[in-house]
Design a protein. Structure first.
Length: 116
């Protein structure tokens, strides 16, 4: 299920890890500090897709969407359908939501962790 050897995906993941948005950085600080009690990874490959944050143990994915996602609606829909078909829970937040209500975003993440 996980694609680790695809050189194109490996290079894209590396680039995404180095170029985190401020909103991704904000959420990553919460996740990596172990406040959730679970291990998280970022820019992780599932099939031929890369996701922003993943908790493998709970099968939860967090996506932080910026303005460029408005141009990729169909791609994002297909990616989410594929990932959900593999029994992953998909949480999607917009940049504005993270900037204006990061505590609310994390409360939703905690809620999903408790019910998964």
């Amino acid at each position: 299920m996980f694609t680790k050897s695809n050189p194109i995906l490996l290079e894209r993941r590396k680039m995404l890890r180095l170029n985190m948005t401020p909103e991704e950085h904000k959420i990553w600080k919460y996740l990596k500090s172990s406040r959730t009690g679970y291990k998280w990874r970022r820019q992780y490959s599932i099939g031929n897709y890369i996701v922003d944050f993943v908790c493998i143990e709970k099968r939860i994915i967090i996506e932080i969407d910026g303005g460029d996602h408005l141009e990729k609606i169909e791609y994002d829909r297909k990616r989410q359908e594929y990932i959900e078909s593999k029994l992953w829970k998909f949480l999607r937040f917009g940049n504005n939501e993270v900037r204006e209500n990061s505590q609310g975003v994390m409360e939703r993440v905690y809620l999903e962790l408790s019910v998964s």
